[in-house]
Design a protein around this ligand. Structure first.
Ligand code: ATP
Ligand SMILES: Nc1ccn([C@@H]2O[C@H](COP(=O)(O)O)[C@@H](O)[C@H]2O)c(=O)n1
Length: 412
């Protein structure tokens, strides 16, 4: 019988592990005294442990955002580099709120896995919760925390309904910032270890904080890579005698690679503040001429959500969720055009372009699910929403269609 998160949390701790197919499997851990005998052990763990394998979970408390994000990323790197410990499956703990990994290792005892893990985790141990898993009576799985004071707890499969992805509740705090103050706060905390964060913040300090749009139209062009944004924005610039801007803006572009290699929290704060910096340029330019913007807030939000929410479309936050709403303190464009293209044609264009692929572009090509999520997310954005435009006709036809759309929407 499915239970709500809140009922489960009342008596147990609740964990969700992301299996290889992207689906989430929930399990709860409770003192043996309050465990219902009818519940079954999680299918991931039972066969593995029964077959002589071993499992450990490593989780990082989420209370302090920046150190937690860094520790999580450091763990990921350490686990990826260490061969023979099993692939780290993403793990979410809902009570207490933590994030980490589950390591499943066939054919190795718990003690042997622990011996491999101890030196790897030594420097991080004070900030981590580590638990081993063991089997007793043939079908009872126990969670055994490292450290003296942790009593072992019985692990059982939890049927959770409604199945809201556990990362949904942390999106606002960790990936899709609702205002510039949040993004600024994150980057400020990064200054001690990312000096470039100071550079971004100094530029931001010089920008007006709530700039207003001028009388000329502001048109944003969005879409997956190679859908034709550059081609279209260049043509619009010429035919409308417009100014062409990009987000992130040129003034912070030299630091982009650095932030792209940082954990989600820091990376998304960089792109978010980039949008606010470009907003002040939009405000200034739109007093003099039409403005075309190549990517803006919708890209930042869509890519952030698609990366954070694993699995398929069904895991995305529900329609009209707060993460789909335009931030109140960010200058709004008059029109947002979303270029849409079939997967096959987009890959053909990517290949014919033949320039170096970024990590996310490579992922888009490989990962159909991720691409579907980004496209769907663009469509869920609100206030303003994106107007889809078919990007498959020849260049001239796409440009013509968009010019019509602009005429109708912006009355120019
Ligand atoms: N309507 C079109 N028909 C055929 N090819 C096109 C069309 N529009 C653009 N292209 C070609 O597709 C490729 C990708 O276009 P473009 O660089 O404009 O995409 P993009 O969305 O800006 O990509 P990115 O976001 O990766 O920079 C280019 O080689 C471009 O010449
Ligand atoms: N406003 C923006 C712009 C970009 N991003 C991130 O960058 C990637 C795409 O950039 P391209 O230069 O390849 O077009 C995309 O993966 C986004 O993560 C962003 O977040 N916000």
């Amino acid at each position: 019988m499915a239970a709500s998160y809140s009922r489960l949390l009342a008596e147990d701790s609740l964990l969700a592990v992301e299996a290889d197919d992207g689906d989430l499997l929930y399990f709860s851990c409770s003192p043996a005294s309050c465990a219902a005998p009818s519940r079954r052990p999680p299918p991931l763990l039972l066969p593995l442990l029964a077959g002589g394998g071993s499992a450990h979970s490593l989780t990082v408390p989420c209370s302090e955002r920046v150190p937690a994000a860094q520790l999580h990323a450091a763990l990921r790197r350490a686990l990826d580099a260490e061969r023979g410990l099993g692939r780290p499956l993403p793990l979410f703990s809902l009570q207490p709120r933590e994030r980490g990994f589950l390591l499943l290792q066939p054919g190795r005892s718990k003690a042997a896995q622990e011996r491999r893990l101890r030196p790897l985790l030594a420097a991080h141990l004070p900030y981590l919760r580590v638990c081993g898993y063991e089997l007793s009576c043939g079908d009872r799985v126990w969670q055994c925390p490292w450290g003296a004071d942790g009593a072992r707890r019985l692990v059982q499969k939890a049927e959770v309904d409604p199945a809201v992805h556990p990362a949904v509740s942390t999106l606002r705090r960790e990936a899709v910032f609702g205002c510039w103050k949040e993004a600024q706060r994150v980057l400020r905390e990064c200054i001690p270890f990312i000096p470039e964060a100071r550079g971004v913040l100094e530029l931001w300090d010089k920008c007006p904080k709530y700039p207003q749009k001028g009388n000329f139209p502001v048109i944003v062009v969005e879409g997956l890579d190679a859908t034709g944004k550059t081609t279209l924005t260049q043509s619009l610039k010429e035919s409308m005698r417009a100014v062409l801007l990009k987000s992130p803006p040129a003034c912070i572009n030299q630091w982009r690679k650095i932030f792209d290699n940082e954990p989600t929290l820091i990376r998304r704060a960089f792109y978010a503040l980039g949008n606010y910096i470009v907003a002040s340029e939009i405000a200034a330019q739109s007093t003099k001429s039409p403005v075309i913007v190549d990517r803006y807030w919708h890209s930042t939000a869509a890519y952030a959500i698609a990366t954070e929410i694993s699995g398929g479309l069904h895991n995305l936050p529900v329609h009209h969720h707060e993460v789909y709403q335009w931030p109140e303190d960010l200058l709004k464009p008059d029109l947002v055009v979303l270029l849409t293209l079939s997967h096959e044609e987009r890959v053909r264009r990517l290949q014919s372009r033949g320039i170096e692929k970024t990590k996310e572009e490579a992922e888009l090509e490989m990962n159909v699910r991720f691409r579907e999520k980004v496209e769907e997310l663009y469509k869920r954005m609100e206030n303003p929403g994106c107007i889809p435009v078919d990007a498959s006709p020849p260049r001239e036809a796409v440009i013509e269609n968009v010019l019509h759309l602009i005429e109708n929407h912006c009355l120019i």
